[in-house]
Design a protein around this ligand. Structure first.
Ligand SMILES: NC(=O)c1ccc[n+]([C@@H]2O[C@H](COP(=O)([O-])OP(=O)(O)OC[C@H]3O[C@@H](n4cnc5c(N)ncnc54)[C@H](O)[C@@H]3O)[C@@H](O)[C@H]2O)c1
Ligand SMILES: N[C@H](CO)Cc1c[nH]c[nH+]1
Ligand SMILES: [Zn+2]
Length: 442
């Protein structure tokens, strides 16, 4: 196979730079009408025909023919069997990663709280885990045991009662590491279904797949589009697009390291996006040379090549200050600050899913085992959203307990505001609680 890179070069001092950058960042498939229509048809079929539709779509899209839905269900014993089928080294790595992810996520757990006012009124917030969460684990072009851990462990830390996982097994190829990870993370039920049909099944339920309260996890365009459509019927974590990496480098890191960091996300998907920003023009040339040198050595060279040529870029900036401005404009899923003093620049970073600090912190460490979650906002959505976390599996209820005196006092304020809104039932309901003989503070 021959591959040749022609990665795009941009200069941030070019007057047209903003337009070029916008074009580079746009992700066309999101608005593809044919994908949208296909996903709507799939959702409708799953709602109407349940398991039968799942069996049909699994045959059509995953090349897996089964007699019935029962063949697409993996009991807990099958997950335990997978643990015995992987090597000790693999099991150890999964357990080490799981432990680190668990420790990190324990810190995110939110607890209920309340406070009591002088008149005995109690106000607070009750935190409750979801009853049932649905985890989408991608499995089309690659298998992701690490994504099992990243999805399931926060759910378990939050205290979700039942964790249901879906994962496609194209042509029936089951990945033992994925199942072993599910076992280690404590997943309760696994269905070997994928794509929009799996999301629809989790959202609406079928004869076999239980309806969940929230669907989380990354996936391809069919999965992302389906999540957008089922939102409201169920909760979702985010609409995750293809993986992205933005490396900001001052020119002092080994160019081979940077080329490989770019490849590490490009190898996920032809639509993945890998961008390098540097004020050092010579360094950009060196990284381009490293890309050409290393690409033929990669197992997934074709995917990387398509991603790098189609959506990648080397961006020359005036100085590090401009590099940071470009990073904030892109709001990347992963930002590597491959610079001498990353701490000095950190305060200026406003938008990024995860920030990898310093030359030694390759993004890949975060993908597997550093501890923070690798399910992150993509396509600029880090401007308003956050990594998947324990908080995605917890919800909050407000608690209001008014003492007799508290209700009497609040009743006066509520009455005025309710009459201002011409809502007399509200006003009278509040006024019933006003007690003329209860003066404040007595
Ligand atoms: N953000 C993260 O944390 C993270 C982690 C891992 C992977 N990813 C991303 O997730 C994505 C995974 O995609 P994938 O394709 O490998 O797996 P996937 O599981 O998301 O998608 C595979 C499914 O897509 C459906 N599908 C495929 N072609 C179809 C068609 N023509 N019509 C209808 N349905 C079709 C099939 O049902 C198949 O089961 C990649 O973009 C990868 O970068 C993100
Ligand atoms: N980089 C992906 C998130 O964008 C996560 C992942 C899983 N395995 C390897 N990488
Ligand atoms: Zn990755």
């Amino acid at each position: 196979m021959t591959v040749s890179t022609a990665i795009r070069r941009l200069d941030a001092t070019d007057p047209d730079f903003a337009r070029h950058l916008d074009h580079l960042l746009s992700w066309e498939s999101v608005s593809d009408d044919s994908v949208n229509q296909r996903v709507l048809d799939i959702i409708k079929a799953v709602r109407e025909r349940g398991d039968a539709a799942l069996v049909e779509f699994t045959e059509r899209f995953d090349g897996l023919q089964v007699a019935s839905m029962a063949d697409l269900i993996l009991p807990r014993e099958r997950l335990e069997l997978a643990l015995t089928r992987i090597t000790d080294v693999q099991r150890n790595a999964l357990e080490t990663a799981a432990e680190r992810v668990r420790l990190y996520h324990e810190k995110q757990k939110q607890d209920s709280w309340s406070y009591t006012e002088a008149d005995g009124t109690v106000l607070g917030q009750k935190v409750t885990p979801l009853d049932r969460a649905g985890l989408y684990v991608p499995g089309g072009k690659a298998s992701y045991p690490s994504s099992v851990l990243m999805n399931a462990i926060p759910a378990k830390v939050a205290g979700v009662t039942e964790v249901v996982m879906v994962v496609p097994t194209p042509r029936g190829e089951v990945n033992e590491l994925v199942l072993a990870a599910a076992c280690i993370a404590g997943v309760d039920r696994v269905f070997t279904i994928g794509g929009a049909q799996a999301v629809a099944a989790l959202a609406y339920g079928t004869e076999s797949v239980p309806r969940v309260d929230k669907v989380v996890g990354p996936g391809n365009i069919y999965v992302a589009t389906a999540k957008r459509h089922v939102f409201g019927q169920v909760g979702i974590d985010m609409i995750a697009g293809p993986s992205e990496i933005l490396v900001v480098c001052d020119g002092g890191t080994d160019p081979d390291w940077i080329a490989m960091d770019l490849f590490s996300q490009a190898e996920h998907d032809e639509d993945a996006q890998a961008i390098l920003v540097s004020p050092d023009a010579e360094f950009l040339d060196k990284v381009a040379a490293s890309i050409d040198k290393l690409l033929p050595t990669m197992e997934r060279a074709e995917i990387i090549n398509t991603s790098i040529n189609g959506r990648g870029a080397l961006i020359k900036v005036r100085d590090m200050q401009q590099a940071i401005e470009v990073a904030n404009r892109i709001a990347p899923e992963h930002l590597e600050l491959s610079v001498e003093d990353p701490q000095a620049w950190l305060p200026q970073i406003r938008h990024a899913g995860a920030i990898f600090m310093g030359r030694h912190t390759s993004e890949a460490l975060g993908d597997y085992c550093a501890g923070p979650n690798h399910v992150l906002p993509t396509s600029g959505t880090a401007r308003f959203s956050s990594p998947l976390g324990v908080y995605d599996f917890q919800k909050r209820s407000s608690i209001i307990f008014c003492s007799e005196q508290g209700a009497s006092e609040l009743g006066k304020t509520a009455s005025v505001l309710a009459r201002g809104e011409s809502l007399s039932a509200h006003a009278r309901s509040a006024e019933y609680r006003i007690q003329p003989d209860l003066a404040k503070g007595e």
